[in-house]
Ligand binder design. Structure first.
Ligand code: RIB
Length: 336
């Protein structure tokens, strides 16, 4: 098997230079780089990552732990993270917990076996006990999208309450009075804060919260479908719907379509999360857009800084702002 020493000898450079060219392709003089890479190709050299990680105790790999692999929100987060990882010469491993704390626990145990240098996680619940057991100096991690209660650590999230207030306030400002809410899991920060924003927007205009207008959708397509059906079966169904994420919106739209409900004429609709199909739906959906790509890339930059800093710097908690994107499903003819 060709070794890094064979490459150095054939190219007439030091082993260190070969390592530099392989690990930092953008550095060094062009002719040296091209000479080394030509020998690598001719001798079909394959780096031995296992040997390398034993020597420098680095795997060159990080993990992204997400709560729903089918949700396009996390695809965009992964895109932002992977672009940051490639810039820092890291590769990314994907883990999916299905919002299940037990599955999350099994991944966290596996990742402490020195198979990654650090990880990014959207937690399955606000319970921080699993994460508190991890030595962040040895295995640094950054939370995205959701934090844990009573546990300050590096995190990149959005202001979920603010996004929900913007959505419901917009519906109320456009004349709707009975806004139904399809809520996400209340044991997550995103679920809990979007509920808070819904209630705060109603309170702003002196409208009492009607518990029968709030249905739990568990952040899933089927949950959104069942919740929308339940709202449509009320003696007096709502004149608007605020839905706490894209997956539940897909389910709710199926129920509304089956019931031949006219959007926005009969029920106006605003969804948390922008997705590619939102503007192509009929009518195009008014949404709360999260800076999803930025969330992933910022979380990656924080993690890579943790992996290279000699001394632990202060905790970084970044709260991004979501944006109201007005289309036609909310019934507003105005932009904004
Ligand atoms: O659809 C993805 C969004 O909904 C994320 O914020 C996730 O946490 C869920 O709340």
């Amino acid at each position: 098997m060709t070794t890094i020493k064979d490459i150095a000898r054939e190219a007439g450079v030091s082993v260190a230079m070969v390592s530099k060219v392989l690990n930092h392709p953008d550095c060094g003089r062009t002719e040296t780089r091209e000479k080394v890479l030509a020998v690598v190709k001719r001798l079909n050299y394959q780096p031995n990552h296992a040997a390398k990680s034993m020597i420098n105790k680095r795997t060159g790999m990080i993990a992204l732990i997400i709560s729903d692999v089918r949700n396009p929100f996390f695809t965009e987060v992964a895109r932002g993270l992977e672009d940051a990882a490639n810039k820092n010469n890291y590769r990314v491993m994907l883990c999916n917990t299905d919002n299940d704390p037990l599955k999350q626990q099994s991944y966290l145990q596996a990742l402490q076996g020195r198979i990654v240098d650090g990880f990014i996680i959207s937690v399955a619940s606000e319970d921080s006990r699993q994460l508190k057991k991890i030595n962040r100096a040895e295995l640094p991690f950054v939370l995205i999208d959701r934090e844990c209660q009573n546990f300050r650590t590096d995190a990149v999230i959005v202001d979920n309450r603010d996004g929900a207030v913007k959505a419901v306030r917009h519906l109320l400002n456009n004349g709707r009075r009975r806004v139904g809410f399809i809520a996400g899991k209340q044991n997550t920060q995103t679920g809990r804060e979007r509920m808070q924003g819904y209630c705060d927007a109603l309170a702003e205009q002196g409208i009492a919260v009607e518990q029968q207008l709030i249905k739990e959708g568990h952040f899933t397509i089927s949950g959104g479908y069942q919740a929308a059906k339940a709202l449509l079966e009320l003696p007096e169904c709502p004149d608007a719907l605020f839905i706490a994420n894209n997956a539940m919106t897909m389910g709710a739209l199926r129920a509304l379509t089956e019931a031949r409900v006219r959007i926005p004429k009969k029920i106006a609709l605003v969804s948390f999360d922008d997705v590619e199909w939102a503007e192509f739906f009929t009518p195009p959906l008014t949404v709360i857009r999260q800076p999803t790509y930025t969330m992933g890339s910022l979380a990656g930059e924080i993690l890579f800084q943790r992996l290279t800093e000699a001394k632990q710097s202060e905790i970084k908690e970044i709260v991004l702002r979501p944006e109201l994107i007005v289309r036609k499903s909310c019934g507003s003819s105005l932009n904004g």
